[in-house]
Write a protein that binds this ligand. Structure first.
Ligand SMILES: Cc1cc2nc3c(=O)[nH]c(=O)nc-3n(C[C@H](O)[C@H](O)[C@H](O)COP(=O)(O)OP(=O)(O)OC[C@H]3O[C@@H](n4cnc5c(N)ncnc54)[C@H](O)[C@@H]3O)c2cc1C
Length: 311
């Protein structure tokens, strides 16, 4: 028996959620097996250092059917009772297909995991983040885990590196091309810091001011729907019920009132900093720190002070 984690990479980097899942898996059961598609030895090393006992490499390239076929074959071979995937576009794309192959329950967008491999207790946001549900699931189970929701814990133990020649099978749809829109320099769902702007920014000409703060902090740029609907910034930056869901360590909301539909996309951030000139704005109800002031005064000061500290 084992617990299988399907890792995700971006270029040469292992996505942080991959390490988060490996560390979380150790609390549920052992051994922890990580499946790494087209990964490097350095990425495998990162998985070991976060808690993997075994890393299985596959050279199959991405398709929903292909990844599901390989992950199912590895799960069967390793007798995995639970499979963890990132709650990313890719993970969501093949989680259902994989669950069907393994005759497993699928639970999506989980932020908390405890219990054992036989009976896992999962916590996940429901009703657009207005409440959390606790779900107890018997194995086999396929679970997608929200990025930035788990701690990465350092681990050192025996390391077994394997390769699998499990085939992708018949693939009827394959990703042909990605037309990157530009967008934020740091990807929103993976960012550990997000700086987001709303209608309080007053116009598109003021978003570069937020981007400058993002650059200093290594943060991703986000926005409210009001800013997107006004045509000030691309929809790819929208956070909320009809945009992206993020759970960074720190979310800095600038000129955002904190409507429930916006909170649905960022309410599980660890620290929320709100900058708003209206002390009664609802965002302050969820904020860890609040600055009641004009963002056009505050943001440049933050940028220059962080520059001094961070270089
Ligand atoms: C079905 C549905 C889905 C939706 N999905 C989303 C979604 O995914 N994401 C989303 O964000 N919204 C969504 N909305 C819209 C949501 O209800 C709000 O209208 C929107 O979030 C408001 O954006 P805002 O906070 O930028 O604007 P406002 O509510 O207008 O707030 C602007 C804030 O800026 C402050 N401000 C103004 N000037 C300054 C200044 N100089 N300095 C500091 N503060 C200042 C004001 O005090 C105010 O609090 C959805 C709505 C519906 C009905």
């Amino acid at each position: 028996m084992s617990i299988l984690v399907v890792a995700e990479t971006k270029g040469d980097a292992l996505k942080k959620i991959s390490k988060e899942m490996v560390s979380a898996a150790r609390n549920i059961g052992k051994p922890v097996v990580a499946l790494l598609f087209n990964g490097t030895d350095a990425q495998a090393k990162d998985l070991f250092s976060a808690g993997a006992d075994t890393v299985v490499k596959s050279s199959v390239s991405y398709s929903s059917q292909g990844y599901a076929a390989v992950a199912a074959a590895v799960a069967v071979q390793k007798q995995a009772k639970v499979v963890l995937l990132p709650h990313s576009i890719q993970g969501k794309d093949f989680a259902g297909r994989l669950a069907v192959k393994l005759n497993a329950t699928v639970v999506a967008d989980v932020v908390g995991l405890k219990g054992s491999m036989d009976l896992i207790e999962l916590r996940k946001p429901v009703y657009s983040g207005k409440a959390y549900a606790t779900i107890r699931v018997k194995s086999p189970a396929v679970i997608t885990v929200r990025p930035n929701s788990q701690e990465v814990v350092s681990y050192s133990g025996p390391e077994t590196l394997e390769t699998t020649d499990a085939a992708e099978g018949n693939v009827s749809a394959r990703l042909a091309d990605i037309d990157a829109s530009g967008g934020s320099k740091v990807q929103l769902p993976d960012a550990s810091i997000v700086v987001a702007g709303g209608r309080g920014l007053k116009g598109p000409e003021n978003f570069p001011m937020l981007q400058e703060l993002c650059d200093v902090l290594g943060a991703a740029l986000g926005s409210s729907r009001a800013a997107v609907d006004a045509g000030w910034i691309s929809h790819s930056t929208q956070v909320g019920q009809t945009g992206k869901t993020v759970a960074p360590n720190c979310y800095i909301a600038c000129g955002i009132s904190g409507a429930i539909q916006h909170l649905a996309g960022m309410g599980s951030s660890k620290y929320i900093v709100a900058i708003n000139k209206d002390a009664d704005a609802p965002i302050f109800k969820v904020a860890t720190y609040g600055i009641v002031d004009d963002l056009f005064q505050v943001v440049p000061v933050l940028t220059s002070e962080f520059k001094k500290v961070l270089g």
